[in-house]
Structures are given as structure tokens and as C-alpha cells.
Design a protein around this ligand. Structure first.
Ligand SMILES: C[S@@+](CC[C@H](N)C(=O)[O-])C[C@H]1O[C@@H](n2cnc3c(N)ncnc32)[C@H](O)[C@@H]1O
Length: 195
């Protein structure tokens, strides 16, 4: 891996390396919808550089960040250090490294493209399986949180995502869209459906 460098995104200094996802429009959309308060227990799956986890930790949230990519976990540790915050950083697949726990907030900007490029660690940043929704659907089926912030694309299988939400009783409370060329990104806040 080439060395780590430090850049700034959303007014936060972050560590990047050539195997980690550099924050982009999807990250910006996540920032537009996420809300977490001081002392809330937050789980972020797929922190990448750690930009979202660190910004929530800077607000006083207690953050656990799990990424499958070891270079992302390394970057998250570096980003936490340079911003002088503590985060529980775990390298692993979705929620498999932790015991069942109900978080206040769960965050996942998942790989959402219909690709299966798993021959490099960075490929896990965009490869959402055949439907583009496989990682998100698995995450939704495992996670327990009062509020969930996530994202999908017009290139992901929206019907499969909506069917899973119905199946597990989650409703969309907030939805924001961002157009990127021919693709639309949808940032969503999910809560338990009432009644
Ligand atoms: C689109 S990037 C988002 C990075 C960062 N959160 C951001 O918004 O800039 C998706 C991240 O999810 C991670 N990821 C993909 N599949 C995962 C899995 N099964 N378990 C944990 N992390 C995963 C990738 O390694 C990558 O860091």
C-alpha cells in the first residue's frame, strides 16, 4: 500500500490511502441526513476514512466503526488520532464481530453498485453484489437501532430494498436525493414503523 496522506473534507482532516474510499457525493448526502447527539451510542458500518464516525465522535457520540477493509480500519484509526477522538475500531464483516446490541443510531453508506469486484480491498467500497443491494439488505436484517441512516442508488435494486424494509418493519422517515449525472442517490433515515 502506498503511504497515508492527510486531506480535508467537510472541514475535517482525514487520512487517505490508495485502498480506502475517498469521501464523495454519497458521503456528502449522508452528512445531510445524519443526526446524532452527544452520548448517543452510534454504530457505523463501512467508515472508510472514518470521516463520518469521527465527525459524530467530535459531537460527543460514542462510536463503534466496523469495516471489512483493513486499510479502511487503519485510515479510521489515523483519522481518529489526528482529530483527537476515541472510536472503537473493528476490522470485520458487517455486524459479525459484535454481540447483539441496540444502538441509538446506525449508519452505513454501503457499496451500492451492481458490481462484484472483490479482487482488491477498495473494490468492497462499491461492489454491492449482483443487485447492488446485497450488503445493505444483509445489514438491515442484522442491525438494531432507533434510527438508521443509509443510502442506495437508482442503479441498486430498489424493489428488493423496499421489500426488506417491509419485512423487518422499518419505515422511511426522511429521504433526500442527489443527482450525479444519470444516477440518483437516495439518502434515507429509517425508523420502526408505527402500529
Ligand atoms: C461507499 S464506502 C463509504 C465510506 C465512508 N463511510 C464514506 O461515506 O465516505 C463503503 C465502505 O463500506 C465498507 N464495506 C463494504 N462491505 C462491508 C462489509 N460487509 N462489512 C463492513 N464494511 C463493509 C467498504 O470497505 C467501504 O469502506
Amino acid at each position: 500500500m502506498a503511504g497515508t496522506s492527510v486531506i480535508e473534507f467537510n472541514k475535517i482532516k482525514i487520512c487517505v490511502n490508495d485502498q480506502v474510499y475517498e469521501p464523495a457525493e454519497d458521503t456528502e448526502l449522508m452528512f445531510e441526513i445524519i443526526n446524532a447527539e452527544k452520548n448517543e451510542k452510534v454504530l457505523e458500518v463501512g467508515p472508510g476514512t472514518g470521516i463520518i464516525s469521527v465527525s459524530l465522535a467530535l459531537k460527543g457520540a460514542e462510536v463503534t466503526a466496523i469495516d471489512i477493509n483493513p486499510y479502511a480500519s487503519e485510515a479510521t484509526l489515523c483519522t481518529a488520532k489526528i482529530n483527537k477522538v476515541q472510536i472503537n475500531i473493528i476490522n470485520g464483516d458487517l455486524l459479525s464481530p459484535i454481540r447483539p446490541f441496540v444502538f441509538d443510531v446506525a449508519v452505513f453508506n454501503p457499496p451500492y453498485l451492481p458490481f462484484e469486484e472483490y479482487d482488491s480491498w477498495i473494490g468492497y467500497s462499491w461492489s454491492g453484489g449482483k443487485s447492488g443491494a446485497e450488503s445493505l439488505i444483509k445489514f438491515l436484517s442484522e442491525v438494531k437501532a432507533s434510527r438508521i441512516y443509509t443510502l442506495y442508488s437508482s442503479l441498486s435494486d430498489e424493489d428488493a430494498i423496499l421489500a426488506e424494509l417491509k419485512n423487518i418493519g422499518l419505515c422511511i422517515k426522511t429521504k433526500r436525493e442527489k443527482q450525479i449525472g444519470l444516477e440518483t442517490l437516495f439518502g434515507i433515515e429509517l425508523v420502526k414503523c408505527l402500529g
